[in-house]
Design a protein around this ligand. Structure first.
Ligand code: BTN
Length: 339
């Protein structure tokens, strides 16, 4: 859990950001020490110290006499300066706070509002100690190789306008992540899971606060198994969970993924509040639907509804075809596939 002042620590140091941006803006080229010194307004020996600090955080920075510095490899962990760089590249104007460890990014978003932070803002972390899942479940978040993000918006509009927000966010995020896994098809399992080959690699949890007729705040949280090895997950998850690393066979760039996911969340939010979703929800969902044609059971409390999953309707309900030719529209629940 953070204190009211912790967020200052969570923000990227200005000098680290300037160095990272200058090096990344000159891919494959050397940047001279005097250019860096000028940008930072510090002496060359002082630059050396700052570069050392970045190296300690996993940046590989080459130094060649008379030529300067060149960025080799980026760190494989979240880094506030890199995250800020990629957010700018992706055109995301959402202030993003980074916490190396946090209880839950959703809980931290809630706390930041009570500290007076202006929305929208995002919380990013690679390790949660009390990650929350849907239906009061725990979300396994111990691995430092995964990504946990929450975005808080204060829409102050009638809640109906955002009733499909999580479904749209699933669509825009699935499309964004697909760019990192060109050879594997990513899909959505209704309503809030991202899957690949029948295994879950991400889950979404949206929590909202309402006034009489208005949605006061909405916190969208997503946990993505990114560069973790599923064979190291707790036993009960090993057969059902996967990660983008396991899917692609290589590390995915976590800071860039985080920026692209935040862009996707914002895109879905903006489209919903301005009522500007250009496609119809069922049409956008169809090519990503992992349940299409599958025989499923939906658990709604003590009630079970079975049928053949057949897409979703305009209201976001899952359509289940019945043996007698009728269709049942299911609005909420937990879906399991029949063996
Ligand atoms: C689910 O599939 O049950 C939803 C999981 C949502 C997990 C994310 S991780 C980031 C954010 N913080 C949390 O505590 N939960 C969500």
């Amino acid at each position: 859990m953070s204190t009211e002042t912790d967020y200052k620590v969570a923000q990227s140091g200005e000098d680290a950001f300037t160095i990272v941006k200058t090096l990344l803006d000159a891919p494959d080229a050397f940047v001279s020490g005097s250019i860096l010194g000028e940008k930072l307004g510090i002496s060359r020996p002082a630059i050396h110290g700052k570069l050392e600090k970045l190296r300690e955080h996993g940046f590989e920075i080459e130094a060649v006499r008379n030529r300067g510095y060149r960025l080799g490899k980026e760190p494989e962990v979240l880094h506030p300066a890199l995250l800020r760089y990629y957010l700018a590249v992706a055109g995301v104007a959402i202030e993003t706070l980074y916490f190396p460890v946090i209880d839950s990014t959703n809980s931290e978003a809630e706390r930041q509002i009570t500290y007076g932070r202006k929305s929208p803002f995002a919380i990013a972390s690679s390790c949660q100690t009390q990650g929350r899942g849907r239906l009061g479940r725990e979300w396994y978040s111990a691995s430092a190789d995964n990504l946990y993000l929450s975005v808080l918006f204060e829409p102050n509009i009638p809640p109906q306008q955002l009733q499909h927000f999580t479904l749209w966010a699933g669509i825009t995020i699935c499309r964004a992540l697909q760019r990192f896994t060109p050879t594997a098809k990513l899909q959505i399992k209704w309503p809030n899971d991202l899957h690949c080959d029948g295994r879950k690699f991400a889950g979404m949890l949206t929590e909202a606060k309402m006034d009489a007729d208005s949605m006061r705040s909405i916190i969208f949280g997503i946990g993505i198994n990114l560069n973790s090895n599923p064979s190291k997950f707790p036993k009960d998850l090993r057969n059902s969970a996967t990660s983008l690393y396991a899917i692609t066979g290589q590390e995915v760039p976590i800071n860039k993924v985080a920026a692209d996911v935040l862009h996707a969340v914002n895109e879905a939010y903006e489209a919903c509040i301005h009522n500007q979703t250009i496609e119809s929800l069922p049409a956008a969902w169809a090519p990503l639907n992992s349940l299409n044609g599958k025989s499923v059971t939906v658990l709604q409390g003590a009630e079970e509804i079975s049928g053949i999953a057949n897409g979703i309707d305009e209201s976001g309900a899952l359509l289940l075809s019945q043996a007698n030719g009728s269709t049942i529209a299911v609005r909420a629940g937990d879906v399991t596939m029949k063996k």
